[in-house]
Design a protein around this ligand. Structure first.
Ligand code: AGP
Length: 612
């Protein structure tokens, strides 16, 4: 999704803006631009379609944009095709105002009509341009730029994170936020705005997260923040724990590969603080055992891979808690008139904490009285702030669009939550509890074992990278695991892929199996190994190539029937998907590598989906 960075200070703004935009590239974009303002020269803007390098090339070929106050933007097109004109920043007709915008203005047609009748001429097809033009319109009647900003915000419907420059006030950058992420960075005689901390971490780790309705005025003297009624407020400061190296490739070819390799450490960070004397302890939860006993319904709500975590979680939580758990796609849940009340727990899962559908589902559930517990990676994100309880995954910044370490840490945290709630309800046998805890302690090491040899995945990728379609089949936890394996493959390699519950094959899907079709058969769930074996035989007898994934102790049995066998260490069944996902990540990665795909920034995808 769009990325915003803004700067006020005493040094040229453009290099800082470009560096920030480069660090936001991972969010996904199709054009980029910068604007600076300076006394005597007013607003200067450059923007163009394509990668940031195209903007850099253009800037290098021109006289430098001079100014120490500026805004930058990477655009992920929603309204209007990706082209130079539709790129941000947008400038008003008179040239007085420049803005960058993340989000969607839902009533832009109405505002545009209003301005067209006033004689305003529009240049772009975007919804965002109305903000610049409307600001300009209000500047005529408002003595203070902030008056104009508040007047405009009161007319906007939809979502926005905004950076605003005014030619008449070259000392000032104004920011505003509603339903789209924006943070403030406090430096030494310099201030920043950014969509996320990665953009400014090289300059400051002292940040504050803007809340909906807030407006900030940044000058060299510092940052003033106002609430929706224009009352000055003091923001709580947060210190970003990780440093700039965490958001850099550190010698790896791709962020995705680096993040796959970081999984043992990410798991350690997520698990260790919550295991004390053989018990799962959540000191950060306000929820009590009595609260858990009161829940009559439990939903897990999320999108994409986070939803797949929920699919694994359903199996695990139901087994550990002996209570029904429903999993819902956030985009469906929010419009389904969900049967939620004050006796409902809604577990919301999101890496970014900014996914719009997930956020909307959270708000819907909250308005119906549900208690919200979120599992989130980005500290201070919107979902985290609006939840009653938050469990943070300590995965560190995840840059690759395809999630890996965030998925893994979400998964383990959800299983730990199930274990904790099961114990609150008195429904987990002591032996079972101890067995899961003991495996949690060694899980990072077992995951590390899988990562110690990647030759087999490279070899399989060299055999199968030209496949048109790859199927994933499995039962129970392996079915849920296959959903993630299949998504990983399709999002980065662009190979069509489907994941099926293996028992469903005969009900239709098996007609798609032809000689040479590749089937990834997931057979890590021990209680259903015999069934998995039968399904392999079924597809093999129709000519499929089968790559089977199983635990080390079943290698021999599967080698007798599958074309190739991948193995992982054995762990407790509830944690087995945490190991099973790793070979699927590596397989997808090497397939995409063989196909020459842009692995970290797959086409059409964004890291954080802040539009519906
Ligand atoms: C995963 O590889 C995807 N990029 C995507 O499905 C992602 O999991 C989804 O958009 C949800 O994002 P969130 O966890 O930040 O809410």
């Amino acid at each position: 999704m769009c990325g915003i960075v803004g700067f006020t200070g005493n040094v040229p703004a453009v290099p800082i803006l470009l560096d920030g935009l480069e660090r936001l590239e991972y969010r996904g974009y199709d054009s980029a631009g910068v604007a600076v303002v300076s006394p005597g020269r007013g607003l200067q803007i450059q923007k163009c379609k394509g990668r940031l390098q195209a903007l850099r090339d253009r800037l290098e070929a021109l006289p430098p944009l001079e100014g120490t106050v500026g805004i930058g933007h990477t655009r992920w097109a929603t309204h209007g095709e990706p082209n130079d004109v539709n790129s941000h920043p947008h400038v008003s007709q008179s040239g007085r105002v420049a803005i960058v915008h993340n989000g969607i203005i839902e009533n832009y047609v109405e505002i545009k009509d209003f301005l067209l009748h006033k004689g305003v001429k529009f240049r772009s097809d975007t919804d965002s341009e109305v903000i610049a033009q409307l600001l300009d319109y209000y500047f005529d009647s408002c003595a203070d730029p902030l008056d104009a900003v508040y007047a405009v915000l009161s007319r906007l419907e939809g979502a926005y994170a905004l950076g605003i420059l005014c030619a008449d006030r070259p000392d000032m950058l104004i920011a505003a936020r509603k339903d789209a992420p924006l943070l403030l960075g406090y430096g030494d005689k310099e201030s920043f705005i950014a969509s996320d901390a990665t953009a400014i971490i090289a300059h400051t780790r002292d940040v504050a997260y803007m809340a909906d309705g807030e407006v900030a005025v940044l000058t060299r003297a510092g940052i003033q923040v106002f609430d929706e009624y224009r009352r000055p407020i003091e923001k709580e400061h947060h210190f970003i724990e990780w440093d700039v190296s965490a958001a850099e490739k550190g010698g790896y070819a791709h962020f995705m590969f680096k993040e796959i390799m970081e999984q043992p450490e990410a798991l350690r960070q997520t698990i260790s603080p919550r295991l004390k004397d053989g018990q799962v302890v959540f000191e950060e939860l306000n929820m009590t055992a009595e609260d858990v006993g009161r829940f009559k319904r439990i939903f897990i709500v999320a999108c994409g891979s986070s939803y797949h975590v929920g699919m694994v979680g359903k199996y695990n939580l139901e087994k550990l808690m002996r209570a029904p758990v429903e999993v819902a796609l956030a985009s469906e849940f929010r419009y389904s008139a969900p049967l939620v009340d004050e006796n409902t727990l809604v577990i919301v899962i999101s890496q970014s904490g900014e996914t719009l559908d997930t956020m909307a589902a959270l708000r819907e559930a909250k308005s119906l009285g549900a208690r919200i517990l979120s599992i989130v990676n980005v500290v201070g994100s919107s979902i985290a702030r609006e939840s009653d309880d938050v469990l943070y995954t300590w995965a560190g910044p995840e840059i690759a669009v395809a999630t890996t370490k965030a998925y893994s840490t979400q998964l383990v945290l959800l299983t730990m939550l199930g274990l904790w709630m099961g114990r609150c309800l008195g429904r987990v046998a002591d032996g079972e509890y101890a067995a899961v805890v003991s495996e949690l302690q060694v899980l990072p090491d077992k995951l590390g074992e899988i990562l110690s040899g990647t030759d087999i995945y490279q070899y399989l990728a060299s055999l199968y990278f030209n496949q048109d379609c790859i199927f994933y089949i499995g039962r129970n936890l392996d079915y849920a695991l296959g959903l993630e394996g299949s998504l990983k493959l399709k999002e980065i390699s662009y190979i069509h892929s489907e994941s099926y519950a293996a028992g469903e094959l005969k009900h239709g899907t098996i007609s798609l199996i032809e000689p040479g079709t590749l089937v990834m058969s997931l057979a890590t769930y021990d209680p259903l190994l015999d069934k998995a074996v039968s399904n392999i035989v079924e597809v093999k007898s129709r000519g499929a190539e089968v790559v089977a994934l199983t635990t080390e102790d079943h290698r021999q049995r599967l080698e007798a029937i599958a074309s190739h066998v991948l193995t992982i260490p054995r762990t407790h069944p509830a944690l087995q998907p945490n190991l099973g996902v790793v070979p699927l990540q590596l397989f997808a990665y090497y397939i995409a590598l063989h196909r020459g795909c842009d692995i970290d920034k797959p086409k059409n995808l964004a890291k954080s989906v802040t539009v519906e």
